[in-house]
Design a protein around this ligand. Structure first.
Ligand code: PBG
Length: 333
């Protein structure tokens, strides 16, 4: 943005005056970060243990449905409006089409119900994608080595319906199939679930920074090849605007850019162009990278967390998904 007038020259202009004390810095701050800007991603699992640490993500645990409900209560008490669920299921239930993704008595419906019992005032968002339930680790149906778009849409629509039926407030397709928002919106409309929000991962890039997450949900070993035929190429930016335009036209209420810190240029363009609530995901690799630097004493923990999250607000985000959410909310309290 260009300044509409020529700024006064030094010594009359001394920009440091506006930075001279905490009170004036607070007074003139252009953006704010509060717990209400945070979404807490929870990795849930169907194992016996309540909480298992994720090695590559210090401070993050795989949670049982009961532990997820406890986390939701914590979110409520910290002023975090929403949690987002990501499943780690037993490899034995994984198959080619991700049958487990549409099990109405599966892990995610169980978690939604447990959370809604414990903390009904906390929003619950679910991941709509097959990767955590397929034995090949892809987000879609695999046939002859290819991810088949339209056959996947039916699976995703059914998965979103099952989540919404179990009580999810927000369904979030993260698969990057073409037309999935429309397929999901139609399934919700047809089943009296028209009030459920769709937050689409509209601009989701094929990224190295999902590594620790794939480990956390147990899809890393399963994954054959990469996801470049459906997730976006990180060389592209205009393409993100086309993806977002499509998803809004198909019925998305809000959109997401992912990963986060490396893609704030995309957040800025999307939020300015469309003026719809725009979210971004500070993903597992970004989290792990920061934790590693903190563990070495190379990055100050508190300052690093708050600065990294505030950057999302400055870029134009309505909110940010971050594994730092509970710690950040405590720092902001
Ligand atoms: C896919 C999905 C991914 C993440 C959330 N949902 C990764 C992938 O595409 O493999 C990544 C989240 C993170 O890295 O924190 N359904």
């Amino acid at each position: 943005m260009s300044t509409p007038f020529a700024p006064a020259a030094f010594p009359y202009a001394r920009p440091r005056r506006l930075r001279s004390a905490p009170w004036v810095r607070r007074l003139v701050a252009e953006t704010t970060l509060t717990p209400a800007d945070l979404v807490w991603p929870l990795i849930v699992h169907d194992g016996a243990e309540e909480r298992i640490p994720v090695a590559s993500m210090p401070g993050v645990f795989r949670l049982s449905p009961k532990a997820a409900a406890t986390a939701a209560v914590e979110a409520r008490d910290l002023g975090i409006p929403m949690v987002a669920l990501f499943p780690n299921v037993d490899a034995a239930i994984k198959d080619g089409v991700g049958t487990g993704a549409t099990d109405p008595d599966g892990l995610i419906p169980d978690c939604i119900k447990a959370i809604k019992d414990a903390a009904p005032e906390v929003g619950v968002m679910t991941d709509v994608a097959l990767d955590c339930f397929t034995d090949h680790g892809h987000d879609g149906v695999l046939e002859d080595g290819r991810i088949v778009n339209d056959a996947t849409l039916e699976r995703l629509a059914e998965q979103a319906f099952i989540h919404a039926h179990a009580g999810a407030d927000v369904v979030a397709p993260s698969d990057m199939m073409d037309g999935r928002v429309q397929a999901i919106r139609e399934a919700l409309e047809a089943n009296g679930l028209q009030d459920v929000l769709i937050l689409s991962y509209a601009a989701k890039y094929a990224s190295a920074f999902y590594g620790p997450y794939r480990d956390a949900v147990g899809s890393a070993k399963a994954l054959s090849g990469d996801k470049k035929t459906y997730q976006m190429d990180y060389a592209n930016s205009d393409e993100a605007l086309r993806e977002v335009a499509m998803d809004i036209a198909e019925g998305a209420d809000a959109v997401m850019v992912k990963p986060g810190m490396l893609y704030l240029d995309i957040v800025r363009r999307v939020s300015e162009t469309f003026r719809v609530p725009t979210f971004a995901y500070q993903v597992s690799g970004e989290y792990a990278m920061m934790r590693a630097a903190m563990a070495n004493g190379w990055l100050d923990e508190e300052r690093g967390i708050l600065e990294s999250l505030h950057a999302f607000k400055r870029a134009g985000c309505a909110g940010v998904l971050s594994y730092f959410a509970p710690q950040a909310a405590r720092l902001l309290a």
